[in-house]
Design a protein around this ligand. Structure first.
Ligand code: SF4
Length: 242
């Protein structure tokens, strides 16, 4: 399996949901926030390449598969807040894809990702459409992306910025090799754990819930596997009591 920050993060949130989605390959229905994020990212990409706002919005709608609840006004408001003027002269790469081994060992897990914007002076930007801003260091996404940039370009420090478009608010952090290594290690340890569990569940498929344990949280409300999870977990609890 090729890992990504969002896959690892989903595993951390709920191993059973991760298993259903990425091991068994069940699709999750695209939610409005996800479609909005996809559309805005595509439009932002085109704006930074010189496209007019209106044209970029059309590309955004196509990218979001014309999600029925997607509002043009909302998307336009968010895309208009991408700081194109301030950043266009510094652009090195837009939507930079990386795919790297997480260690220098044979068969090390591979991680991939897309960096929304990489500047000539070694800064990276990630556009966020969230309704609640958060601290850039509150998870490992930017630490991992900074590590990837440092691997590719040999930088000792990388400044990563989360740009919360809704609020015109930016949160940035200067990652040194030490912080990047913490995020790499986080990703490496989780990827190794997942790889082991995938092998284990192939041998013992009936133990899927013991191997990939459900982790109920406020996110269960949007989980497409909730019914299966509930019934299987009930059966498992009864067996454990017996
Ligand atoms: S319902 Fe909740 S606990 Fe069950 S798989 Fe979904 S997110 Fe995990």
């Amino acid at each position: 399996m090729i890992f990504s920050y969002s896959r690892l993060s989903l595993y951390e949130t709920c191993p059973f949901r991760f298993k259903k989605k990425y091991v068994d390959g069940y699709e999750e229905i695209e939610t409005l926030p996800l479609a909005l994020g996809k559309g805005v990212h595509k439009a932002a990409e085109e704006r930074l390449q010189g496209a007019m706002l209106e044209d970029s919005l059309i590309s955004g709608f196509i990218e979001a598969n014309f999600h029925p609840d997607l509002q043009k006004d909302e998307m336009a408001r968010l895309v208009a807040k991408v700081p194109v003027k301030r950043l266009e002269k510094r652009v090195l790469e837009i939507e930079k894809h990386f795919q790297l081994p997480l260690a220098q060992t044979l068969n090390a897990p591979i991680i991939q990702g897309y960096i929304d914007l990489l500047t000539k002076d070694g800064c990276l930007y990630d556009w966020k459409t969230n309704r609640v801003p958060y601290d850039v260091t509150s998870n490992h996404q930017m630490g991992l992306y900074a590590w990837a940039v440092s691997q590719i370009f040999g930088y000792d420090t990388v400044i990563a910025t989360l740009s919360f478009l809704r609020f015109r608010k930016e949160d940035k952090f200067k990652y040194t090799r030490r912080e990047m290594e913490i995020s790499r290690k986080w990703a490496y340890d989780l990827a190794i754990e997942i790889d082991m569990k995938v092998k284990e569940v192939m041998i013992f498929p009936k133990l899927e819930m013991d191997i990939f344990e459900p982790n109920p949280s406020s996110r269960c409300g949007t989980c497409p596997f909730a019914i299966e999870c509930y019934y299987k977990d009930q059966k498992r609890s009864i067996k454990q009591i017996q």
